[in-house]
Design a protein around this ligand. Structure first.
Ligand code: PHE
Length: 345
């Protein structure tokens, strides 16, 4: 009868074992499925007499639990068995290759510049990209309403107010002011950083770019020191034999001021598209720090003198890597960036 069936199936369940997922599924369907043995037995149970129900009910539930427990144990075991199969994987096989990243060309050039100047004792100084009028203009001898302010198409954040105009810095000369205000000479530092100018974006101009400016203030600093420092820098960066020439120029914060050209790094002076067939390319502005600037920063201009220079990192990188379109530096096109793989970390 029903009790006999249960005894028989209990023996079958107890004896059952498998590590095979298909066999286990067969077991589940046979006993626990919607048309399985347990369902049948429960159906039959409905028809038994009330006295029998009392004794059989408990047996039946235990039987059901047994089937479920067996199924669960074997299922856990088989997933264990399945995953332990993984350990058969040949661990000596080579792994999948992965690509390492590349340094941004501007970062590479900046680092090289920092290294060269550090050999001459220049430290790195940094300052905020959002500047007030004083640090970006007034302290640097740009008089109010002076047309020189228009030379640098400024992005203003706030006009007027207690602190005066607030703007995105147009050059890292602002860091020179901060440095001189905060300390005492001698100063010998370079200021790498991002600067902003309100220019239409094209292959040759961008609304932001990067500069390295430099400052050296001490007793008896002369234009000869400036020339020698920049000459050394250029030999290190572009190779021995690179020529330099200085042309008179104007900046409000330096007097006298000059622009420096180098012999074209691409054609070595023979004439090419990069140097517009002149053999020379301009790379920086420089000059002796105007005494007004020293005084504005609390430095005795009778006792101290100094030189300053400033250049765009993009320009320096162009001459190194012949990158003709400035926009490539900020578009993050992986095909462009991948070319600058380096062993430097
Ligand atoms: N600040 C100047 C610029 O951004 C560069 C410069 C720096 C020129 C120092 C002379 C001396 O154009």
């Amino acid at each position: 009868m029903l009790q006999d069936k249960i005894t028989q199936y209990t023996a079958e369940i107890n004896a059952f074992t498998t590590q095979n997922a298909d066999e286990l599924e067969q077991f589940r369907i046979k006993f626990l499925g919607t048309k399985g043995i347990i369902k049948d037995i429960f159906d039959e149970f409905k028809a038994v007499s009330p006295e029998e129900k009392r004794t059989l009910g408990k047996v039946l539930n235990e039987f059901k639990q047994l089937a479920e427990a067996k199924y669960q144990t074997l299922k856990d075991g088989s997933t264990e068995a399945e995953s332990s199969k993984d350990s058969d994987t040949d661990l000596t096989l080579p792994g999948e290759g992965f690509e390492i990243g590349a340094r941004h060309p501007l970062a590479l050039v900046r680092r090289e510049m920092v290294e060269i100047f550090s050999k001459l004792g220049f430290i790195v100084a940094e300052g905020p990209e959002i500047e007030d009028d004083w640090h970006n203009f007034s302290a640097l001898n740009f008089p109010e309403e002076h047309p020189a302010r228009d030379m640098q198409d400024t992005f203003f954040i706030k006009k007027g107010g207690e602190t005066g105009d607030i703007a995105l810095r147009t050059h890292t000369s602002s860091v020179q002011v901060r440095m001189m205000e905060a300390g005492k000479p001698p100063f010998r530092a370079i200021m790498p950083g991002r600067v902003y100018r309100n220019e239409a974006i094209s292959a040759r101009a961008h609304c932001f770019f990067h500069q390295v400016e430099g400052l050296y203030v001490d007793e008896n600093v002369s234009f000869a020191d400036l020339k020698q420092t920049l000459f050394y820098f250029v030999q290190e960066l572009y190779g021995a034999g690179t020529q330099v020439r200085f042309r008179p120029s104007y900046f409000p914060f330096t007097e006298p001021s000059a622009e420096m050209d180098i012999s074209c790094t691409i054609c070595k002076g023979a004439g090419c598209g990069m140097c517009k067939h002149s053999g020379w390319v301009e790379i920086l502005g420089c000059g002796m720090v105007d005494p007004n600037v020293l005084e504005n920063c609390g430095i005795d201009s009778k006792k101290y003198s100094g030189f300053a220079f400033g250049m765009g990192i993009e320009r320096i990188a162009n001459l190194k890597y012949e990158i003709k379109d400035l926009r490539l530096f900020s578009e993050n096109d992986a095909r462009f960036l991948k070319q600058y793989k380096t062993s430097l970390i």
